[in-house]
Ligand binder design. Sequence first.
Ligand SMILES: Cc1cc2nc3c(=O)[nH]c(=O)nc-3n(C[C@H](O)[C@H](O)[C@H](O)COP(=O)(O)OP(=O)(O)OC[C@H]3O[C@@H](n4cnc5c(N)ncnc54)[C@H](O)[C@@H]3O)c2cc1C
Length: 404
Amino acid sequence: MVGDMDSIAAIESEVRTWLETHWDPNADLVEWRGLLADSGWGCPSWPREWHGRGLPLAADSAARKVFSEVGAVGVAAGVSMYLVAPTLLEWGSDEQKQRFLRPILTGEHKWCQLFSEPGAGSDLAGLNTRAVRDGDEWLVHGQKVWNSGAHKADYGILLARTNPELSKHQGISYFAIPMQQDGVEVRPLRQMNQHASFNEVFLDGARVGHENLIADVGQGWRVALTTLAHERSAVGTPRPRFAASGGRLVERAKTEADEYFSTYRWYPQRAGRPKLVRSEAQRRGLGDDPLVRQHVAKIEELQRTSNWSNQRARAARVAGRPPGPEGSVAKLNMSVTARASHHAHTSVAGAYSMLNGAEGPGNGVIAEVFVSTPAQSIAGGTDEIQRNILGERVLGLPKEPSTE
Ligand SMILES: Cc1cc2nc3c(=O)[nH]c(=O)nc-3n(C[C@H](O)[C@H](O)[C@H](O)COP(=O)(O)OP(=O)(O)OC[C@H]3O[C@@H](n4cnc5c(N)ncnc54)[C@H](O)[C@@H]3O)c2cc1C
């Protein structure tokens, strides 16, 4: 069984042998990733017929480890890979998987998530964007908001109401909408930390072909739950690490990653930069301050317990269980850690922590932490919503009164 050390070692050895024959740091990036898609070594846990090798999840990290040792570039990272691909694998038709999965792996298509609306965030099923059938197409009217990366996306996963007569969950359908068209207007939003990573998206007669409807009409809510489960359980894909000096392919992959992850460069600050608390305290000679020491100990404790919970969640996934409530626990842990770090940084840096830019502590990083951590408790489902999920689904507490 994959997961035991012998099998992992066997997979690592097979990947190493494959890379010895095929890795060429000067090849073309898209062609190289096409080769990964054909060989199945880009994401070995995917089914054989869809660019994988049908291996359990543990094979993905085993392959990634060897890629990193060799300095080889893997498949594209980002929302497309961690949210869109798993949803398509579960719900897409064969024709859709054929069309969409490969360009996701090669990085030729970037995707964004068009779920939230001005009046529908936590209560996502209350969304008002409408899609009306027009021959072989659907015409979409409405407004989305907080859509990360929409300004760079080729496609969006879109939730729209296709039947207003039905109850709110049943009247929703799920589409893969092309973003580069006249009916789609993307307006960046400036955040209080000065970054602009998400957008308002106005859909005014935007067109989406019927062949881009994912699952059946009216099944959109069930499909969305798959996407949301992956959003809770994944922290998002971190920027991949690249060999310090590589060939043409590595340089191209670095440029691609720089461009993609520039949208998310404040995300480490959003997480509170917990590791900086201790080093900043030492740098300021506060290592013996009893209050500062309590902050440092609390953060250490939170990080260790989060890590164990994450390991448990990973083990559950490796054992073949779908993303479960441990995703909500992990998400909450991240918010709690971000908030604790925020308070600790205040206590360590004092009034200086308000200085941003080059004159502020850590080159302004600490000030950016203050105006970025609130997002940690909101993105991907707020803390209150995660607590509702845990209360109702894990602890079996009575459900919230329904207004429907
Ligand atoms: C960094 C970031 C990136 C994002 N990226 C995307 C993206 O790419 N695509 C996308 O579609 N959306 C995205 N979002 C939006 C995100 O999903 C929503 O902000 C989130 O679901 C909350 O919705 P809302 O902002 O409408 O707040 P609301 O739902 O209006 O909530 C307001 C407050 O009320 C509380 N509340 C609401 N309902 C309940 C309840 N039943 N019980 C207890 N408390 C409740 C909430 O916890 C919150 O404190 C992003 C948000 C952030 C911050």
